[in-house]
Design a protein around this ligand. Structure first.
Ligand SMILES: [Zn+2]
Ligand SMILES: [Zn+2]
Ligand SMILES: [Zn+2]
Length: 716
C-alpha cells in the first residue's frame, strides 16, 4: 500500500541484483542528489513502458477497479451492474449512518433491475434503515415481504444469516415500539463542556503547556512545561499534505463477498478534505478523484490535481508514499523546493545527519538558546507547519538499505519522466505561461535526460519518500468491522489517508504513549491520555496495530521463532473461524474458537493480548446469536486483558467498554448497562472529545434505558 506494488518492487530488485557490484556500492553511499543523477539511465524505456501500460499484476488491476468504480453513472442504465453499484453504495451508506441517502440508493438499485435472488439482502437493509429512521410501520411491512421471500428460497446457503438478521430486526422493532427514540434536540445538552486552549507562541498549533526541546539522543521533542491533565488538548494541526488511500473495500454484510466488493474509501471520502461524500463531484478528467463540493474540486485542481490527474494509474502502482511525495512538492511550490534543496547542497555534505544541515542560524542548538537554531524553526525561532519544517524531518537515510533507496529513486524518477513526457513540467514548476517552456529548453524531447528542474524535484521527492518511512502519519476514521449484524457495533480505526504533520512529527514514538490522536477531516487533535507532570516528555504511538509491541513480552514459551510460528498458526485458525461467521455458521465458529483458546493456553499466558482477542471474538459470535449474557461474560474477560495491556483509561479499553455497553443494553441488563455506559463515556470523551459520535450514541442508549417501561425493568 505505502510502497510500490510487488511487481514493480520485483523488477527493481532484479535490476539491482544485475548491477555491477562496484556501482551498487557507489549507489549505496550516494547522496540524494547523486542518487537521482546516477539513476538517469535506469528506468529504461521498456521498464517504464511496462509500468505505464499497466500490464503488471498488482495495482493496475486495482487501478482498473478503482477507475471503473465511480461506476454507477457510467454503466449502461438498467444493467445489473449499475444496480449492484447502487446496492453496494447503499450498504456503505447504511454503515455510515446516512439512512435517507441509503434508502434512495436502494430504490435506485431496485429500479435498475437488481438481481432477484439478491433481493432479500437489500430488503433487510431497507428495513434496517427504516427502523433507524423510526418509520416503524414501513419497516414492519418490509419485514413481512421479506419473511415470505426468505421462506421461498431455502436453497440459498446464506438464508440462515438472513433469518437471524430478520429476527434481530423484529426484536429491534418491538423494542422501538415500546421505547421511542429520544428527541434529537436532546443531544444539544451534552455538548456544553468547553475546553481550555491557549496556543504556544513558538510552535504553531501546540498548546502553551508544551515546549520544544532538542538533544542528541532524542532529537527534537516536546516536553510538558506545566502539569497536564488527561483529556487536555495538546496539539491541533492541519495536515501539510495528505493523500487518500484507496484502501480495501469495506467489510460489509455477511455472505455478500461476491457482490459487495465495491465501495472503497476512494468512493466514500472527499479526495481533498476527507469529508464523507454524500453526493460527489467527480473529476472530469479521471473519474477516480471525487470531491465533496465544486470548491474542493477547484482548489485540488489548482493545487495539485492538474498535474496528478493523468498520472493516476502510475501513482496507484507506485504506492501512496510516492504520491504523498509528489503532492508535497506540488503544494510547496517549485521556488521553495528548489531553495531548500539548494540549501541542503551548500551545507555540509553529511547526508547521514540531515537535522544538522541547513540551519537558519549557524550555531548548534543548545538548551539555553530556546527554540532558536533548532532545525526546522524559522529565523524567529518559531516552528510552524511549513514546508521548511517538513523538509527538515529526519529521513534516517542510514537506516534504509541501498536496495530500498534504489527502489525509491527509480520510483520518483519514473514519476518525473512521466511528468516530462506528458508535458506537465510547466505545471510542476508553477509556470503559468506555456510559451516560456515551449522552445528554449533542450529537454523537450522525451529523452532519457531529466531537465535540471525536474532533477531537483526528483531529489526532493526522494527525500520525502524516505522521510515517510518514519514520519508518515495515518489519518484514521472509525469504521465498523466484521459481519454487520447490527446488534453490536464493532468499530475500529481504519487508515483513511497518509499525511505529513510537521508539528505532530515532533512527538517521539512510544508504544506506551501518554497521548492519543483523533482526526476530523485532515485535522489532527492530540489529547493527553494520562496526567503528564511538568518536565515529562509527551509521546505518541504511530502504530495502528494493537499487537505492535506486546506480542513477545508476555508469552511464556521459550524460543521466539517457535513462538512466532505458533502465533501465526493460531491467527490463521482464528481467521478461518471468523470467515465461517460471515456465512452464518455460528455454532461451528464457537467450537473452533474454543479449540483455539485451548491450544493457545499451552503456549501463551492467560494475559496475552491474543487471548483477549479470542474472548472478544467469542462475545461477537454470541451477540450475533442474541445470547447477550454469554456475550457479556466473554467481553468482560477481554476487557480485563485489554486493561492490563493498554491501561484502564486507554482508548482500547474505551472501545471494549462501548461494546459491552451495547451488549448489556441489548440484553436489558439495565443497571449494569448504565454503569458501563458511564465508564465508557468517561474514557472515550477524553480521547475523542465530548462531541464525538460515540459519546452521542452512548447518551442515546442511556436515554433509552431510562425510559424503559417498568415491566421490562423488573425482568432484570
Ligand atoms: Zn472536500
Ligand atoms: Zn482527475
Ligand atoms: Zn507502538
Amino acid at each position: 500500500m505505502a510502497l510500490p506494488v510487488a511487481e514493480w518492487q520485483g523488477r527493481t530488485s532484479r535490476l539491482w541484483a544485475a548491477l555491477d557490484p562496484a556501482l551498487r556500492e557507489r549507489l549505496a553511499a550516494a547522496s540524494l542528489q547523486d542518487a537521482v543523477r546516477s539513476h538517469e539511465g535506469f528506468p529504461k524505456e521498456e521498464i517504464l513502458q511496462v509500468l505505464l501500460r499497466g500490464s503488471c499484476e498488482g495495482s493496475p488491476e486495482a487501478a482498473a477497479v478503482l477507475w471503473s468504480l465511480q461506476a454507477a453513472s457510467h454503466e449502461a442504465p438498467g444493467s445489473p451492474e449499475v444496480s449492484v453499484c447502487f446496492a453496494n453504495r447503499s450498504a456503505a451508506l447504511l454503515h455510515l449512518g446516512h439512512f435517507e441517502v441509503c434508502l434512495e440508493d436502494i430504490a435506485r438499485a431496485e429500479s435498475h433491475g437488481y438481481p432477484d435472488r439478491l433481493l432479500p439482502k437489500i430488503l433487510l437493509r431497507k428495513a434496517e434503515c427504516l427502523l433507524c429512521l423510526g418509520r416503524l410501520q414501513d419497516a414492519q411491512d418490509i419485514l413481512r415481504v421479506l419473511e415470505s421471500k426468505i421462506a421461498l428460497e431455502r436453497v440459498m446457503t446464506t438464508h440462515l444469516t438472513r433469518l437471524k438478521k430478520l429476527s434481530q430486526l423484529k426484536v429491534k422493532l418491538c423494542e422501538k415500539e415500546r421505547c421511542p427514540e429520544p428527541a434529537r434536540e436532546a443531544r444539544g445538552g451534552i455538548q456544553g463542556k468547553s475546553e481550555i486552549w491557549e496556543e504556544n507562541n513558538n510552535i504553531s498549533g501546540a498548546s502553551s503547556s508544551l515546549s520544544l526541546s532538542f538533544d542528541a539522543e532524542r532529537g527534537r521533542h516536546l516536553v510538558a512545561s506545566q502539569d497536564i491533565v488527561p483529556g487536555q488538548s495538546l496539539l491541533k494541526e492541519e495536515a501539510f499534505v495528505s493523500v487518500l488511500c484507496p484502501g480495501e473495500s469495506l467489510p460489509l454484510q455477511g455472505g455478500e463477498a461476491a457482490w459487495d466488493t465495491g465501495a472503497t474509501n476512494a468512493d466514500l471520502y472527499c479526495h481533498r478534505c476527507l469529508r464523507q461524500l454524500l453526493a460527489s463531484v467527480p473529476c472530469q478528467g479521471c473519474s477516480y478523484a471525487k470531491y465533496c463540493s465544486q470548491d474542493c474540486a477547484d482548489v485540488a485542481w489548482q493545487q495539485y490535481h492538474r498535474t496528478e490527474c493523468s498520472l493516476g494509474a502510475l501513482l496507484l502502482t507506485l504506492g501512496v508514499f510516492c504520491h504523498v511525495a509528489l503532492r508535497t512538492v506540488l503544494l510547496a511550490g517549485f521556488a521553495e523546493v528548489s531553495r531548500l534543496v539548494g540549501c541542503s547542497h551548500s551545507g555540509d555534505k553529511d547526508l547521514q545527519n540531515p537535522e544538522a544541515r541547513c540551519k537558519p542560524l549557524s550555531e548548534a542548538p543548545d538548551a539555553g538558546a530556546g527554540t532558536r537554531g533548532i532545525p526546522g524553526c524559522d529565523s524567529n525561532g518559531r516552528y510552524q507547519s511549513s514546508y521548511q519544517a517538513l523538509f527538515h524531518l529526519l529521513s534516517h537515510t542510514e537506516q534504509h538499505s541501498a536496495e530500498h533507496k534504489f527502489l525509491c529513486t527509480l520510483s520518483v524518477v519514473a514519476i518525473c519522466k512521466q511528468l516530462q513526457a506528458a508535458g506537465l513540467e510547466a505545471a510542476v514548476l508553477n509556470q503559468e505561461s506555456r510559451q516560456q517552456w515551449s522552445e528554449p529548453k533542450t529537454c523537450e524531447k522525451t529523452s532519457d535526460e531529466l531537465s535540471p528542474e525536474l532533477k531537483t524535484v526528483a531529489e526532493a521527492m526522494l527525500r520525502h519518500v524516505l522521510q515517510l518511512q518514519c514520519n508518515a502519519q495515518a489519518i484514521t476514521v472509525m469504521q465498523e468491522l466484521g459481519p454487520g449484524d447490527g446488534a453490536v457495533v464493532n468499530k475500529k480505526p481504519v487508515r483513511l489517508a497518509t499525511a505529513f504533520f510537521p508539528v505532530l512529527s515532533l512527538l517521539n514514538h512510544s508504544c506506551c504513549p501518554n497521548t492519543s490522536v483523533s482526526f476530523s477531516g485532515t485535522a489532527a487533535t492530540v489529547r493527553a491520555s494520562q496526567p503528564v507532570p511538568r518536565g515529562q516528555e509527551v509521546l505518541h504511538c504511530y502504530e495502528e496495530d494493537t499487537l505492535c509491541c506486546s506480542n513477545e513480552a508476555c508469552a511464556t514459551s521459550a524460543s521466539r521463532e517457535n513462538l512466532s510460528c505458533r502465533l501465526q498458526d493460531l491467527q490463521q485458525q482464528i481467521k478461518k473461524a471468523l470467515d465461517l461467521l460471515r456465512v452464518g455458521k455460528a455454532d461451528q465458529v464457537i467450537k473452533m474458537l474454543l479449540k483455539c483458546q485451548m491450544d493457545a493456553g499451552n503456549f501463551l499466558s492467560p494475559e496475552h493480548l491474543l487471548m483477549g482477542e479470542m474472548e472478544d471474538h467469542l462475545a461477537q459470535v454470541y451477540a450475533t446469536l442474541g445470547k447477550w449474557q454469554e456475550a457479556a461474560r466473554h467481553l468482560k474477560k477481554s476487557i480485563e486483558i485489554v486493561e492490563m495491556h493498554h491501561g484502564p483509561s486507554s482508548v482500547e479499553t474505551g472501545h471494549e467498554l462501548f461494546k459491552l455497553a451495547q451488549v448489556l443494553f441489548n440484553g436489558f441488563a439495565v443497571s449494569e448497562a448504565l454503569s458501563t455506559i458511564q465508564r465508557a463515556e468517561g474514557i472515550l470523551s477524553v480521547h475523542f472529545g465530548p462531541q464525538s459520535a460515540q459519546i452521542q450514541e452512548l447518551q442515546e442508549m442511556k436515554a433509552c434505558l431510562s425510559e424503559l417501561p417498568r415491566n421490562i425493568l423488573q425482568r432484570t
